[in-house]
Design a protein around this ligand. Structure first.
Ligand SMILES: [Zn+2]
Ligand SMILES: [Zn+2]
Length: 379
C-alpha cells in the first residue's frame, strides 16, 4: 500500500527547522505485515525529544528514516502467527519491541530486549525487515520499531499494547513514551516510597510525567527544576510542591534547603551529563540519582567515587522507565480514566503531518511540551 510519511533524509540540519525542514512529507510504499507483525493505522503521534535527538544527530541513526514513535492507532491487519491483537483493536506503541524470549524479556525488563535494541539501532523491525520503501524502491529505516509519523505503519507485535477502547487515542499516544518513561522512572526504577523527597531536573514531557509520577507515589517535597518559568508553573499545577529556576549559582543549595539536606531521589530528564552531575549533587547521603534523559554519547559524568561508598549513594539508569508496557500502560490508562493522572495537561496542541517541522522547532526552543500529530478521522 501507499502512505504519507515524514521522512528524515539528512541528519544534523541547523535550526530553525521551519527553514531547513529536516523532515519531508513523502508518499512511500508500505509492505504487508510479515510473520509476527501488525499493520496499524495511526490516529495520533506525539513529537518527542528522542525524535529531535535523531534529527540533530545526538542519537545517530541510519537514513532515510520514517521517524515517530510515541503513538496510538488501530490495528488494521495482522501477519501470520500474531496472537495477542486482532483487527480493530486500539493500541499504544512503545519504544522498544519486545521479543518475549530473551533474558531481559524473561526477567521483566523488556526495555532492554536484546533483539529489540539491536533492531532499533539498525533501524529495522525485530526480525530485520524493512517494510517502508521509497516509490523508487529505496530502502527506508524504521524508527524505534514504530515509524509513527505516517498514516500507516507496520510494527512488531511486541511493540504494541492493546488498550481500553473508551480512552481517546489522541491522549493515549503520549502514554507510549513520555508517560511510560517519566512515571516508570519513579515507580519502577527508583521505587520511591511515600514521603520520600524527589527533585526532577528538566520539565519536558518526560520530566513533567515524572512530577506526576512522584505525586502519585506520595513523594514530598517534590522539587521541579527548569530554566523556563512556564514549565515551572505547569509543574506546580501537576503536583510539584516547590520549584527552582535552573542556571542560578545556588540551584543545588536551594534543593538541599527545601529537602532538608538533599533529595532522597533525583531524576535527570534533560539528557545532559552536566545536569546529571547536579542531580547527583542534589541528593542526600544515601540518596538515589536516576538518569532518564539521553545524553550525547561523547559526554562523560565525573563524580567522586568515594561518595558511592562512604555516602552510600546510588546512581541508576532508567530506559523507557524500566517499563513493562503490557503491565504498565493499562494501569496508567486506568488511572487516567479515573481522573487520577492529569496527563492531558501535557498536550500543548495538535498539528497536521505537514506542520511537523514547525512542531519540532517549537519543541526545540521549549515553547511546547507535547504536540500531537492528528491523522484525521480513522473511520
Ligand atoms: Zn527480548
Ligand atoms: Zn520518545
Amino acid at each position: 500500500m501507499k502512505t504519507q510519511a515524514a521522512v528524515l533524509r539528512t541528519v544534523g540540519l541547523e535550526r530553525p527547522y521551519t527553514k531547513t525542514t529536516p523532515l519531508s512529507i513523502e508518499e512511500v510504499h508500505l509492505d504487508e505485515p510479515g510473520p509476527g507483525e501488525v499493520l496499524v493505522q495511526l490516529v495520533a503521534t506525539g513529537l518527542c525529544h528522542s525524535d529531535l535527538s535523531t534529527i540533530n544527530g545526538t542519537r545517530p541513526r541510519p537514513v532515510p528514516m520514517v521517524l515517530g514513535h510515541e503513538a496510538a492507532g488501530i490495528v488494521r491487519a495482522v501477519g501470520p502467527g500474531v496472537q495477542t491483537v486482532v483487527p480493530d483493536d486500539h493500541v499504544v506503541l512503545s519504544l522498544v519491541p519486545a521479543c518475549g524470549r530473551c533474558v531481559p524479556c524473561q526477567t521483566g525488563r523488556p526495555m532492554l530486549c536484546e533483539p529489540g535494541v539491536r533492531a532499533n539501532n539498525a533501524g529495522t523491525l525485530i526480525g530485520g525487515a524493512h517494510r517502508f520503501h521509497g516509490l523508487n524502491g529505496e530502502v527506508m529505516y524504521h524508527h524505534l520499531g514504530a515509524s509513527a509519523f505516517s498514516e500507516y505503519t507496520v510494527v512488531s507485535e511486541g511493540s504494541i499494547t492493546p488498550i481500553d477502547r473508551s480512552i481517546p487515542l489522541e491522549e493515549a499516544a503520549i502514554f507510549g513514551c513520555a508517560v511510560l518513561t517519566g512515571i516508570g522512572a519513579v515507580v519502577n526504577t527508583a521505587r520511591c516510597e511515600p514521603g520520600a523527597s524527589a527533585a526532577i531536573f528538566g520539565l519536558g514531557g518526560v520530566g513533567l510525567s515524572a512530577v506526576i509520577g512522584a505525586a502519585l507515589a506520595g513523594c514530598y517535597p517534590i522539587v521541579a527544576v527548569d530554566v523556563l518559568e512556564t514549565k515551572l508553573e505547569l509543574a506546580r499545577q501537576l503536583g510539584a510542591s516547590h520549584t527552582v529556576k535552573a542556571g542560578q549559582t545556588d540551584t543545588i543549595e536551594q534543593i538541599r534547603s527545601i529537602t532538608g539536606g538533599g533529595a532522597d531521589y533525583s531524576f535527570e530528564a534533560v539528557g545532559s551529563a552536566n545536569v546529571l552531575g547536579q542531580a547527583y549533587a542534589a541528593t542526600r547521603r544515601g540518596g538515589t540519582t536516576v538518569a532518564v534523559g539521553l545524553a550525547h554519547p561523547s559526554q562523560n559524568l565525573q563524580i567522586a567515587a568515594i561518595g558511592l561508598v562512604a555516602e552510600e549513594r546510588t546512581l541508576k539508569g532508567s530506559y523507557g522507565g524500566s517499563s513493562v508496557p503490557r503491565r504498565d500502560l493499562p494501569r496508567y490508562l486506568a488511572l487516567y480514566k479515573a481522573g487520577r493522572l492529569p496527563i492531558d495537561r501535557l498536550i500543548s496542541g495538535y498539528l497536521s503531518l505537514d506542520q511537523i517541522n514547525s512542531g519540532f522547532e517549537n519543541l526545540a526552543d521549549g515553547a511546547a511540551v507535547r504536540q500531537i500529530i492528528r491523522f484525521g478521522d480513522p473511520g
